[in-house]
Design a protein around this ligand. Structure first.
Ligand code: CMP
Length: 137
């Protein structure tokens, strides 16, 4: 999910392009406002942490670009492409390393496991928004 800071800064095309060039298959994408309820569900594991309120406020502060990508080892690879959560620690060449400055505005979110991907996809997409098509690599 491309977060509100990156949408504001016109980075959607750049970020989508990185995943396209890598060779992953885009099966769903949309610009959307996340509701507070969705944000609370999405970040439920962080409830009670010092940055939780800031996190929910930020992710609901403007449109996000939600995406579903498919491919071999896509979750682990996407995490490498995104870089560390704290952009200051993220390597140059990663998305957060190249475009982010602070942890609470870190450009992009990616699911950290298959289970969280399933949960997060169901939270933001209807089944009929996920496309089944053949893509030659
Ligand atoms: P994300 O991948 O969206 O998952 C949880 C988010 O919480 C994370 O990216 C950061 O934006 C945010 N986050 C994690 N740790 C901190 C922190 N210590 N201070 C502020 N925000 C944090």
């Amino acid at each position: 999910m491309i977060k509100p800071d990156a949408v504001q800064r016109n980075l959607v095309g750049e970020i989508v392009s990185r995943f396209e060039k890598k060779g992953f298959k885009l099966i769903g994408a949309k610009l959307m406002h996340i509701t507070e309820q969705q944000a609370e569900k999405h970040y439920s594991e962080h409830k009670g942490k010092s940055f939780y309120n800031q996190l929910v406020d930020f992710i609901t502060s403007g449109p996000v670009f939600a995406m579903v990508w498919e491919g071999k080892e896509v979750i682990a690879t996407a995490r490498k492409m995104m870089g560390k959560t704290n952009p200051q620690e993220a390597d140059t060449g990663t998305i957060r390393g190249d475009y982010g400055v602070v942890t609470h505005r870190n450009i992009i979110h990616g699911s950290d496991s298959e289970e969280s991907a399933q949960r997060e996809i169901a939270l933001f997409f209807h089944e009929n928004e996920l496309l089944d098509y053949k893509k030659d690599v």
